[in-house]
Design a protein around this ligand. Structure first.
Ligand code: AMP
Ligand code: MG
Length: 311
């Protein structure tokens, strides 16, 4: 796009990713795009729970029997996942794979599960049972039948890694979009700031807020991304680790944060915590701003936390 910068896009991790770079010549940009998408593909090979040979899947398959050694990248995401589990009082949990599978979100055929099986799957979850050895980079699971799903944080982590790569390459301005998790730094080619929109949770194509990303990330978790209806109620892919049930009453949560990892993890966590508990927890994190769209009896209600700013 003239004035904005030079863009390239590619499907990786099952989502569309787009990188727009400003102020560079065509030849240099091509090389940078190549490296950035190679990085994304490499992270997908390591972190995807859809690939049976990824490091994450190897942990799920083997780490109860014997420790699994992983790469620095995988270890870093696991450490971050664990930190978010702690600071969100368990609302953010990267060990929900047994539940995600039971609800059918894994195969893309969601359904209401049997209650006995729900309790069994719930007993196989909990980041508290994920044991990380930071000296040896070995991972263990202390309960049988556990499984990891980084779906709530991997896009943010990948986005931050691309940002670091572009900054190492002396790129002065860019907008990175990893499946809807965004980070902007510097300016567009025409000197204007990176302006982005927050999607309306019920009106496809409409936006509920626009904001400027200057060394900032934006992530949104929505109940409209992956869901099904059962007896008139909507059940979506974000699960409450305390009950094993999809969260009700929230349509979307958007978070602005200094890093995409934080924006991604917080948007998922606040979706689970809800407005009241979320506001309490966020008191200790004033640099995290959130826009929660609640849905009560078919009506949407927006709540801004920590002064979520938008035009
Ligand atoms: P996001 O779109 O970033 O909010 O991530 C949602 C995805 O994260 C889901 O599709 C699941 O794979 C996974 N997930 C669901 N519930 C949770 C949770 N409470 N904590 C962490 N990840 C979750
Ligand atoms: Mg997330």
């Amino acid at each position: 796009m003239p004035g904005v910068g030079i863009s390239a896009g590619e499907m990786v991790m099952g989502v569309y990713n787009e990188i727009t770079v400003a102020g560079l010549e065509g030849d240099r940009v091509e090389g940078i795009f190549k490296e950035a998408f190679a990085l994304l593909r490499d992270l997908d090979l390591k972190l995807s729970h859809y690939r049976p040979d990824s490091e994450i899947s190897r942990i799920s398959q083997m780490a109860y029997e014997s420790p699994v050694r992983v790469s620095d990248a995988t270890f870093e995401v696991l450490v971050k996942g664990r930190q978010f589990y702690d600071i969100t009082r368990g609302a953010f949990d990267i060990t929900l794979l047994p539940l995600v599978k039971l609800w059918g979100f894994y195969e893309g055929r969601p359904r209401f599960p049997d209650q006995v099986r729900l309790q069994q799957a719930l007993a196989r979850t909990g980041t508290a049972y994920l044991i990380l050895n930071s000296t040896t980079k070995q991972v263990r699971l202390s309960r049988p039948g556990m499984g990891l799903d980084l779906g709530g944080i991997a896009k943010g982590y990948a986005c931050d890694r691309v940002v670091s790569l572009l900054k190492e390459k002396q790129v002065k301005g860019a907008l990175i979009n990893i499946g809807g998790t965004l980070y902007g730094f510097g300016r567009r080619a025409d000197g204007r700031p990176w302006k982005v929109g927050v999607c309306h949770p019920r009106e496809p194509g409409a936006v509920i807020a626009t904001l400027i990303l200057e060394d900032l990330a934006l992530a949104t978790s929505g109940d409209y991304e992956n869901y099904f209806f059962f007896e008139g109620k909507r059940y979506s892919h974000i699960l409450d680790p305390r009950t094993g049930m999809p969260v009700q009453g929230i349509a979307s949560v958007s978070v602005v944060a200094p890093s995409a990892t934080e924006a991604d993890a917080w948007s998922t966590a606040l979706f689970v915590l809800g407005t009241q508990q979320g506001a309490l927890v966020l008191r200790d994190y004033p640099h995290i701003q959130a826009l929660i769209v609640e849905e009560k009896e078919g009506r949407l209600n927006r709540v801004a936390l920590n002064g979520f700013w938008f035009a």
